[in-house]
Design a protein around this ligand. Structure first.
Ligand code: NI
Length: 457
C-alpha cells in the first residue's frame, strides 16, 4: 500500500538557506508543495515592512522569507515538544504530534492573504488580509486549497481555524498567535536583521530551550524568565524605534493620500485608469474577486505610480512623484486634544501656500501595547505569558519580572501632525511661491503651541 499524502516525507529533507535561522528544514511533501504554490510564491513580490524600507534601506525582505521563518520556528518547537513533552511521556497535558502537520501548514500560510503595502491598502480599499488568508485556504480554486485538500477532507478548514483561533487545541493556536508566538519571534529577529538595528535581537535558542506545552497552551519554565523578558523589551524597542519611525509614517501618509486621490479621480472619470492601471479597477470599483486580489503585488502598484506621474491631475502626479522619489511629509508630535485647534490653524497656512490640506496634511497615530496580562474587564482577549515552576504551578510573567511589570499595560507610541516639508525648509520656498510671512507664522505657531518640533526644524 502506498503512503498517504499526509504522511509522505521527502527521501532527503530539503533545506532553504536563511540569514536568520541558517537553514529552514522541509521534511513533508505537503509543505514543499505549499511553498511551491503560486499563492505562496506571490509573497516573494511583497515587502514585509512596506514603507519602512524608505527609512531602513536594508529592509527589502519579503513576506515569503518571513513565512518560511515562522514555519521553521514552529517546526523546531514541534520537535522539542515531541522529544521532551509528548503525551506518551507526560500524559494528556503534553504535545500530541498528530497536530504537527496542521500547525506547520498554518505557520507557513498565516500571512498568505497579505497584499502590497498591506495596512495602507486595506485602509483605503477596505480589504482584510486575515479574511483573505482564510479565503485562500478554503477556496477550491487556489493551489493552496487543492494541496491541503489532498491531505484529508476538511483539512483546509482545520488549517483556517488555527488562523481564526477557533481550533480546539490551544497549544497549536498559541504557537501561531499569542503574545509570544512563532510569528512575532520571526518578524522581530528578521526585521532587526534586515533593518540593521540591534534592538530586535533576543535569544531565540534559549527561548526554545525553555518553551513547553501545558493543558492550557504554551508556557516557559521559570528559569527561562530572563530570555522571555528580553523578548518583550526587544518588541517594545522595535515598535518605538523601527515600526513607528516618523519618516516611514510620513511615506505611509503620502501613499494613503496617493491611493485616495486615485480613487477620487476615478469617481470623477471612470475611463481614467482603463489603459494603464487595469488591475486596480476592481478595487476602485469596490468589487473584487480573490483571483483579482492575487494579481496585485508591490511591483504592480509601483508601475502604476510611475504611470501616474504623467497624469494631468496635478495632485495625483505630484503625490506619485513624492512617493517614488522618497519625499516624505514632515511631522510634529502632539499630545493633547487641546492642541487640535492649533493644528486647524496650521492647515490653513498650508492651504494658503497652495497645498490642498486633504492631500498634503494628516494626523497619524501609532500605538502599541508591548505586553499585557489578561484583564477580564477589557474587551480585548489576550493570552498572557505564563512561567511554569517545576511543580507545574503557573505565574503570569509580569508578576515575576519587575521589568515586564513596568511595561505591562503601558501603551507606547505617539500622535503626529504631518505637513509638506516646504513649510519649514527655506530652500524649497521660492519654488512653491511660499510667502515669507506664512513661513514665519507656521514656525511661530509651532513654537508657541508647544508642539514638539521635528529634529531638523
Ligand atoms: Ni506574520
Amino acid at each position: 500500500m502506498s503512503i498517504s499524502y499526509k504522511n509522505q516525507t521527502l527521501a532527503i529533507e530539503k533545506v532553504f538557506r536563511d540569514p536568520v535561522h541558517n537553514y529552514v528544514h522541509v521534511q513533508h511533501q505537503v509543505i514543499l508543495d505549499l511553498i511551491n504554490s503560486k499563492e505562496v510564491q506571490r509573497l516573494r513580490r511583497i515587502k514585509q515592512l512596506g514603507t519602512a524600507s524608505f527609512t531602513f534601506h536594508g529592509a527589502e525582505h519579503s513576506r515569503f522569507s518571513h513565512s518560511l521563518g515562522v514555519y521553521e520556528i514552529s517546526r523546531r518547537i514541534c520537535d522539542i515538544f515531541q522529544r521532551n513533552y509528548s503525551i506518551e511521556k507526560v500524559g494528556p497535558s503534553g504535545w500530541d504530534d498528530q497536530e504537527r502537520l496542521v500547525t506547520l501548514c498554518a505557520a507557513l500560510l498565516h500571512d498568505v492573504g497579505h497584499g502590497p503595502y498591506s495596512h495602507t491598502f486595506e485602509h483605503i480599499f477596505h480589504t482584510d488580509h486575515e479574511a483573505i488568508t482564510v479565503a485562500i485556504i478554503t477556496s477550491p480554486e487556489t493551489e493552496v486549497h487543492q494541496i491541503l485538500n489532498r491531505v484529508a477532507e476538511g483539512f483546509p478548514e482545520k488549517v483556517a481555524s488555527v488562523i481564526t483561533k477557533t481550533y480546539p487545541n490551544p497549544q497549536v493556536v498559541q504557537m501561531i498567535s499569542s503574545q509570544i508566538d512563532a510569528d512575532r519571534m520571526d518578524y522581530l529577529l528578521r526585521d532587526a536583521y534586515f533593518t540593521g538595528t540591534e534592538y530586535g535581537t533576543f535569544d531565540l535558542t534559549r527561548i526554545l530551550r525553555v518553551i513547553r506545552p501545558y493543558e492550557g497552551g504554551i508556557a516557559f519554565s521559570m528559569n527561562g524568565m530572563h530570555a522571555v523578558e528580553d523578548y518583550i523589551v526587544s518588541r517594545y524597542q522595535m515598535y518605538v524605534q523601527v515600526y513607528f519611525h516618523a519618516s516611514s509614517r510620513g511615506m505611509e501618509v503620502i501613499l494613503a493620500h496617493l491611493l485616495n486621490r486615485a480613487a477620487e479621480c476615478y469617481t470623477e472619470n471612470d475611463e481614467l485608469f482603463q489603459h494603464h492601471s487595469q488591475l486596480l479597477l476592481p478595487f476602485l470599483r469596490q468589487d473584487f474577486s480573490l483571483e483579482e486580489y492575487l494579481k496585485l503585488d508591490d511591483g504592480v502598484l509601483n508601475t502604476y505610480f510611475t504611470q501616474w506621474t504623467e497624469e494631468s491631475d496635478l495632485i495625483l502626479s505630484d503625490l506619485a512623484k513624492r512617493f517614488l522619489n522618497r519625499k516624505p511629509l514632515k511631522s510634529i508630535r502632539f499630545t493633547d486634544d487641546a492642541q487640535l485647534p492649533l493644528i486647524e490653524d496650521l492647515k490653513k497656512l498650508v492651504e494658503k501656500v497652495g497645498f490642498n490640506p486633504t492631500y498634503y496634511t494628516a494626523i497619524n497615530s501609532s500605538f502599541d501595547l508591548p505586553y499585557d496580562f489578561y484583564r477580564p474587564t477589557s474587551g480585548m482577549h489576550r493570552t498572557q505569558i505564563e512561567l511554569q515552576e517545576k511543580d507545574g504551578t503557573l505565574t503570569e510573567l509580569s508578576k515575576a519580572s519587575q521589568l515586564v511589570a513596568a511595561l505591562a499595560g503601558q501603551t507606547q507610541g505617539d500622535r503626529r501632525f504631518y505637513f509638506p516639508k516646504e513649510m519649514i525648509d527655506p530652500n524649497l520656498q521660492n519654488h512653491y511661491d511660499l510667502f515669507e510671512e506664512t513661513y514665519q507664522a507656521f514656525a511661530t505657531y509651532i513654537r508657541n503651541g508647544a508642539l514638539i518640533k521635528p529634529s531638523n526644524f
